[in-house]
Write a protein that binds this ligand. Structure first.
Ligand SMILES: N[C@@H](CCC(=O)N[C@@H](CS)C(=O)NCC(=O)O)C(=O)O
Length: 223
């Protein structure tokens, strides 16, 4: 059986977990050794040292996008992308935008949570919030071109973006800020929430982030 090394708070892991579930591929999910990708035990198994990573008969593959493409080749049905070539290309470009532009920006917020309050921190939160708004605005335009016309069909875009966007909202709220989301993007997100597979991944990431934020808050009171 396939083994997925994953952490519940990682949107990249959510992306792969949802693809496995969508395709109905049996898998076992495990956390990296010691619950962290920074341990030498984990890095001796997964040289890239990141999650998600997929293990199949002692063969290892890291990187969420590489894993999706591998799964697509091994289990083509149901497909992760539109059957229409251009639409498929746009869908892939959106997921790439998520992986390289959206999620890394949200990660910058994660590091701010640990910093003590200061005017500089407040300014950084504002800059990241504005940059996220700008990136979501660009995504909104791309989503129009990517929407799948097949009834009830999902594509990887549907489950990749929502966990990350909700995670950004939750962390910004913790940092006493908020993410401006257009009506169009909000209604797209609401539609995604009606899909149980997507809701599960949103809840998984949000639950883990909420727990982490509670711990951070408890530690900041102790300090
Ligand atoms: N491009 C990678 C990024 C994965 C990633 O950054 N995962 C984080 C957890 S959310 C991680 O493992 N970071 C540790 C590292 O990259 O060293 C992917 O798509 O899988």
């Amino acid at each position: 059986m396939l083994k997925l090394y994953a952490l519940p708070q990682s949107p990249y892991c959510a992306k792969v977990r949802a693809a496995l579930r969508y395709k109905g591929v049996p898998y076992e999910e495990v956390e990296p050794h010691g619950g962290s990708y920074q341990t030498t035990e984990f890095q001796s198994v997964v040289p890239a040292g990141s999650v998600p990573a997929l293990e199949e008969n002692h063969w290892l593959l890291h990187d969420s996008q590489a894993i999706l493409e591998y799964l697509e080749e091994c289990y083509p049905d149901p497909p992760l992308w539109s059957p229409e070539r251009r639409q498929r290309a746009v869908q892939r470009s959106i997921v790439h935008f998520h992986d390289t532009k959206l999620e890394p920006k949200v990660r910058e917020l994660v590091s701010l949570v640990k910093q003590p309050d200061s005017a500089a921190k407040e300014q950084d939160v504002g800059l990241i919030r504005d940059s996220l708004f700008d990136r979501l605005y660009r995504l909104e335009k791309l989503l129009i071109a990517a929407s799948d016309k097949r009834p009830n069909a999902l594509c990887a875009v549907d489950w990749t973006l929502p966990p990350t966007i909700h995670m950004a909202e939750d962390i910004l709220a913790y940092l006493n800020s908020s993410l401006k989301i257009s009506d169009q993007m909000r209604s797209w997100l609401d539609r995604q929430r009606e899909i149980p597979l997507v809701t599960d991944e949103i809840d998984c990431v949000r639950g883990a982030i909420a727990q982490w934020l509670r711990n951070e808050m408890a530690m900041s009171y102790q300090a």
